[in-house]
Design a protein around this ligand. Structure first.
Ligand SMILES: Cc1cc2nc3c(=O)[nH]c(=O)nc-3n(C[C@H](O)[C@H](O)[C@H](O)COP(=O)(O)O)c2cc1C
Length: 198
């Protein structure tokens, strides 16, 4: 049976019409064309209240447990996120914080460690979310994620995504190249290491 890499994909914005959701959807299409299985998770649909250690001591929300399990059953992560005030938006940071806590005897960072990740950002501003992506890289690296060198940052993304798909060939190519890089790194790592065992 073929051993396709499994990638968990999510966006740091859940709003209707989110440019990052559009970017993520387009990228997922490319990742699938390059031969990976993708599971999409809507962070807003998970039970993830704003992280608070008192809350955690009382009860770990189901969303944190679900996200940890989802991470464990995938080898890669694909994230598209807006930049908020030069950094990572609360929806995404909160999900990362909850999923990096020890709930089941395993190390907090364990579900993230060793994942291969690719990060993207669509922004309505001129810098394409490059500062937010840089913070996200630091956070994920701290958790043990290995990130592909290519990243996608789309400035003035409301123009690129006036419809559902990016109009210009350069943007499409940028996204496709990153998707290919993510899948090929995973394929190389999975050679001789069945996905089910990772
Ligand atoms: C609280 C907040 C802070 C923002 N800060 C930035 C910023 O630092 N840089 C930037 O390029 N855009 C910033 N924006 C604008 C976002 O680029 C824009 O809202 C974008 O469409 C959000 O992504 P989404 O369409 O996926 O929801 C900010 C938006 C909000 C709501």
């Amino acid at each position: 049976m073929p051993n396709y890499p499994k990638i968990l994909a999510f966006a740091g914005s859940a709003r209707e019409g989110s440019l990052n959701q559009k970017l993520l959807s387009f990228s997922i299409g490319k990742v699938r064309q390059h031969g990976a299985d993708v599971t999409v998770v809507d962070l807003r649909a998970l039970e993830l209240p704003i992280f608070d250690e008192d809350l955690e001591a009382h009860r770990v929300p189901q969303g944190a447990i679900e996200l940890r399990e989802l991470l464990r059953s995938h080898q890669g992560v694909l994230i598209a996120t807006p930049e908020y005030n030069g950094s990572v938006p609360p929806l995404l940071k909160n999900a990362i914080d909850w999923s990096s806590r020890q709930v089941d005897g395993a190390l907090g960072s364990e579900p993230w460690t060793g994942k291969i990740g690719a990060v993207m950002s669509a922004s309505q501003g001129p810098f394409g979310g490059v500062r937010g992506i840089s913070h996200l890289r630091d956070i994920l690296t701290k958790l043990g994620v290995m990130l592909t060198p290519n990243e996608v940052t789309l400035p003035f993304a409301q123009r690129a995504f006036a419809g559902e798909l990016p109009h210009d060939e350069f943007t499409r190519q940028l996204i496709s190249t990153q998707a290919h890089q993510l899948v090929s790194v995973l394929n190389k790592l999975l050679q001789g290491s069945p996905a089910e065992k990772r």
